[in-house]
Design a protein around this ligand. Structure first.
Ligand code: SAH
Ligand code: SF4
Length: 386
């Protein structure tokens, strides 16, 4: 029999598993705390469990860490791990320390099928969904590794926030995502508040509705454009989930959300979506329609994209238009630049099983217009389907 990986279970799942072994429910809670609060990987460490239970567990189960392929530390304290998840696939996890928090950026898939133009993961194509255990293992490893490395006192936490902003579209891996979120939130697990766990999505409306029902955590939506014509081109799933539907869905989400705003992420692409006119169009789109904040992300370039980062002055001017309209807007600091750990640079190693690479490379290049009349508009050429 294959050993069961206990990182695959949220507390309900672990309870059901323990019951199958003929154990009382509270044993599952003890076991869960050993695994997630103490970082135990070996049943023999679990001193308050009966020896007979430890032996039983050792025979049928294990706590399976991810295989580390590499670790890189940036001069700014950011750490990036590359995990080998087998079959030629690898995913990345990034730890970003700040004065008052430690954020872990977690991957949900090997590759991504959405194929956004400006995203290195998207350019690699999609290989497979991570399991719950593989998502949880990123946090389990990082938290306990960092506690040891940073010499933290008993009860101190290394990771205070989790953002599902690594490789992959978390809402396209919904069945594995939700139990993983529950482990993060569980008081017997990592005990993170819903406000400190963020799911970032390119905008899958029906799945946002399900998340609202099943596990409403903080939501970030990757908007990147003020109108459907441009968003269709940058974020291809916009054709199925257009902006008007997305905003309605976000408003429904706010009824259950732990925060009273949605964060819109907006990747600033030189000459594509960064003009003052487009900032005004964005204001018209959201003002009075949705409670939101904007996070402007300087584009992190990679060669295959053919796109460039907006100059700093244009980002500042764009931010001012939003701010002058009363919309809270921040510009994301890029972290881990020297180790390619910034947003959208996570490339891992992915066996493309979807031919997304080919689809992206055969798309017509984005036409960049500089005249005021056409500022930032996109002339779309016929697309070649892969
Ligand atoms: N798939 C999800 C979460 C992963 S991407 C999503 O799209 O939201 C996390 C964030 O990084 C998203 O806002 C995404 O738009 C942004 N991003 C992707 N590529 C980027 C790049 N090259 N430069 C800057 N931000 C990028
Ligand atoms: Fe996928 Fe997000 Fe990258 Fe788009 S930005 S390709 S949804 S990971």
């Amino acid at each position: 029999m294959n050993a069961v990986n206990l990182l695959e279970f949220d507390l309900d799942g672990l309870t059901a598993f323990c019951e199958q072994l003929g154990e009382k429910r509270f044993r599952a809670t003890q076991l869960f705390r050993w695994i997630h609060q103490k970082g135990a990987a070996d049943f023999s460490q679990m001193s308050d469990l009966a020896k007979s239970l430890r032996d039983k567990l050792a025979a049928v189960a294990h706590i399976k860490p991810l295989a580390i392929a590499s670790e890189q530390a940036s001069t700014d304290g950011t750490i990036k791990w590359l995990f080998d998840v087998g079959g030629g696939d690898a995913v990345e996890t990034v730890f970003i320390p700040e004065d008052d928090r430690g954020t872990l950026c977690v991957s949900s898939q090997a590759g991504c099928a959405v194929g956004c133009r400006f995203c290195s993961t998207g350019h690699q194509g999609f290989s497979r969904n991570l399991t719950t255990g593989e998502i949880v293992a990123q946090l389990w490893f990082a938290e306990h590794h960092l506690r040891r490395r940073l010499n933290l006192a008993e009860g101190e936490r290394a990771i205070t926030n989790v953002v599902m902003m690594g490789m992959g579209e978390p809402l396209q891996n919904y069945a594995a995502l939700v139990p993983a979120l529950k482990v993060m939130l569980d008081d017997h697990g990592y005990g993170l508040s819903r406000r400190r766990v963020t799911v970032s999505t390119s905008g899958m409306t029906r799945m946002i509705d399900r998340l609202r029902e099943d596990c409403p955590v903080a939501l970030a939506v990757s908007l990147h454009a003020p109108n459907d014509a441009l968003r269709d081109d940058l974020v291809p799933l916009n054709r199925k989930h257009p902006i008007a539907d997305l905003l309605q869905t976000c408003n429904r989400y706010l009824e259950a959300a732990p925060r009273d705003f949605i964060t819109f992420e907006y990747c600033m692409l030189d000459g594509v979506n960064d003009s003052p006119e487009q900032a005004k169009e964005l204001v018209e789109l959201v003002r009075g329609n949705i409670s939101c904040k904007f996070n402007l992300i300087p584009f992190n370039p990679f060669p295959a994209s053919g796109l460039k980062r907006s100059p700093r002055e244009r980002v500042t001017a764009f931010a001012h238009v939003l701010q002058d309209a009363g919309i809270v807007t921040t510009v994301r600091k890029t972290r881990g630049d020297d180790i390619d750990a910034a947003c959208g640079q996570l490339a891992g190693e992915v066996q493309d099983r979807t031919r997304v690479k080919q689809r992206i490379s055969t798309r017509a290049p984005i036409q960049i217009h500089r005249s005021a009349a056409h500022a930032g508009s996109v002339q779309k050429k016929q697309e070649t389907k892969a």
